[in-house]
Design a protein around this ligand. Structure first.
Ligand SMILES: [Zn+2]
Ligand SMILES: [Zn+2]
Length: 252
């Protein structure tokens, strides 16, 4: 069985390893392909930035292109990007795009959805009167619009809003408002030939015990005969193939 990963971060954004180290690891692990997807630049002010700077974006493109040539015949290297919903960067240079929502813009403030539980709780109290479902509705409105906005090939971590909800203490994923919100987003994205990610990033980093999206959502995606792709959302080379046990045949 071929095991490859197409959602990979490096030191050019918030990953801990160089692209070349990851390529070497991939070869050692028996991968036939590796796809890099640096976080696209955004001009959103963030105390703990995870995106590529403009300078690093150029360096990233150059380095992955160099590695492609250097390792030709040993492994196929793809140059992709994880395009944030709010990024205005062009994506023409890339061979494929993962479209991801990491922020919700509310009352002029970008709320980080996946930074920490406390940030999320504070934001819900400050902007939504403590109503998590109202935040979830805004979040899924963006997710439903991710293809329009980014022309992505792959929908990244569909329900990352559950990252800090492992103990189900923030909200109930069976609440009707929550189910309606994600169903609306799903219905907008399905039938377009997109690939939906089964993302193990939060499992690899010990936030969650199950990948995104939750079972009910994944089942709807599968029932609808949409394409899925397994990814480790790799931020360090040891976890390059974390959770991946399928053959990622669906990437274009
Ligand atoms: Zn992401
Ligand atoms: Zn990622």
């Amino acid at each position: 069985m071929i095991r490859n990963n197409y959602h990979t971060h490096t030191v050019f954004c918030d990953g801990s390893d160089t692209a070349e180290d990851i390529v070497k690891t991939a070869i050692n692990m028996g991968c036939t392909e590796i796809g890099f997807t640096g976080h696209s630049y955004t001009d959103i002010p963030d105390e703990d930035p995870f995106c590529m700077t403009l300078e690093n974006t150029d360096l990233y493109i150059k380095e992955i292109s160099r590695l492609k040539r250097e390792y030709e015949g040993k492994i196929k290297i793809l140059l992709g990007v994880e395009q944030d919903y709010y990024s205005t960067q062009k994506t023409d240079t890339y061979e494929y795009v993962i479209g991801s929502v990491h922020y919700v813009l509310k009352d002029g403030v970008y709320i980080s959805i996946d930074y920490s539980k406390q940030v999320l709780i504070d934001a819900v109290n400050r902007f939504y009167n403590g109503d998590f479902y109202a935040l979830a509705e805004d979040y899924y409105n963006l997710v439903g619009d991710i293809y329009n906005k980014t022309k992505c090939d792959i929908v990244g971590h569909f329900d990352i809003i559950t990252k800090f909800n492992e103990n189900k203490d923030l909200f109930d994923v069976n609440n009707k408002r929550y189910v309606d919100a994600y169903t609306k987003a799903l219905n907008k994205l399905m039938g377009k030939g997109l690939c939906f990610e089964v993302n193990f990033g939060a499992v690899a980093r010990n936030y969650r015990t199950t990948p995104y999206p939750q079972k009910e959502i994944l089942n709807k995606i599968i029932e609808n005969k949409e394409k899925i792709i397994y990814s480790s959302d790799c931020h360090n080379k040891e976890n390059l193939l974390f959770g991946i046990n399928g053959d990622n045949i669906y990437i274009k």
